[in-house]
Design a protein around this ligand. Sequence first.
Ligand SMILES: Cc1cc2nc3c(=O)[nH]c(=O)nc-3n(C[C@H](O)[C@H](O)[C@H](O)COP(=O)(O)OP(=O)(O)OC[C@H]3O[C@@H](n4cnc5c(N)ncnc54)[C@H](O)[C@@H]3O)c2cc1C
Length: 401
Amino acid sequence: MARLAQTAGLTDVQQEILSTVRDFVDKEIIPVATELEHRDEYPQQIVDGLKELGLFGLMIPEEYGGLGESLLTYALCVEEIARGWMSVSGIINTHFIVAYMLKQHGTQEQKDHFLPRMAAGDIRGAFSMSEPGLGSDVSAITSKAVKDGDEYVLNGQKMWLTNGGTSSLVAVLVRSDEGHPEGTAPHKSMTTFLVEKEPGFGEVRPGLTIPGKIDKMGYKGVDTTELIMDGLRVPAARVLGGVTGRGFYQMMDGVEVGRVNVAARGCGVAQRAFELGVQYAQQRHTFGKPIAQHQAIQFKLAEMATKVEAAHAMMVNAARKKDSGERNDLEAGMAKYLASEYCKEVVEDAFRIHGGYGFSKEYEIERLYREAPMLLIGEGTAEIQKMIIGRRLLEEYRFQG
Ligand SMILES: Cc1cc2nc3c(=O)[nH]c(=O)nc-3n(C[C@H](O)[C@H](O)[C@H](O)COP(=O)(O)OP(=O)(O)OC[C@H]3O[C@@H](n4cnc5c(N)ncnc54)[C@H](O)[C@@H]3O)c2cc1C
């Protein structure tokens, strides 16, 4: 085996894309990632490079100027990028989810208006479900849209927008009671609005404020923000799909592909942690030999590599299932759950292998140690994945007695 996490059955085009991305990661991302992360600096040069490679349009259909590639190709690229620096994969992830939602659910006018510029990376997307009082329980959303002529007026506060400052298009999920009688199930009275704005902070459009960056433990470089809507007026033509009441389903569809993406990030970070651990273990000597020659360390490396392989296989399986047109919520939930848990464990083992040096900011593993926990939370916590998996299992294995 040449290296871990190989994928059988890729086309020549997929192999070429992946080798270009891997090369870019090795040359342009890994050498600068830790320094930029410590300064919490936005990686503008890297983003420009990704734009040039066409990665912002990887899954956008060719008719809109994208590369029209599959979810599998996208996920494998994300795995490579996260191996270099997880924050960079975060920059393309919300963009990818919004482009996917537009492709699947947008009106023709919305696709024509947004997708070509999204493919070029000139419009960049963020998506916003969470609020200060909720994350897992999306049905409890309190932000609201009220119809006023040909427009909707939006009020409320959103939380945790990845790319909230740097994006120019935000897909925002709010409650829209208009047209839905009293007592309608919460998920049937939600609507996704496509909100265009200027990148930056402060009042970026009348009625819309992005207060500033949230100071985070890891996942630095990429901006995470709040979003405040105070009488924000959005034309009715910017209701995703043109019809209210479908937002919950549209967002859940987006999150489902997002979960494959988070699994891919977990795979990439775990691979990098393994690489760092296996290298360090052969350089550091104790009791007269490299620590890699102590069986306890070899066992650690064996466990780490097995987890990297298992997570990769599940992530690839979930992506292929979606690409084949089948429902993949079970596979995506399992892949996201397993890959994020394994990632945390592999990173911790690599940290332990580094001994005291793992605690020093000079060593890359220190950064990975602060980054891995975000994967346990984003796109649904482990508990939420297990709820999805459990429900689906009871559907599949219904008791027939
Ligand atoms: C860095 C970062 C970036 C993010 N980016 C985005 C983004 O771009 N857009 C966006 O919309 N959101 C984003 N989020 C929000 C993220 O999706 C939520 O944080 C996540 O869904 C969890 O929600 P919460 O934080 O409100 O936790 P809560 O929902 O309050 O959960 C707290 C704890 O309770 C558990 N729990 C909740 N309900 C149950 C239950 N029924 N049974 C058992 N346990 C339960 C959870 O698993 C968790 O352990 C981001 C978050 C972070 C940290």
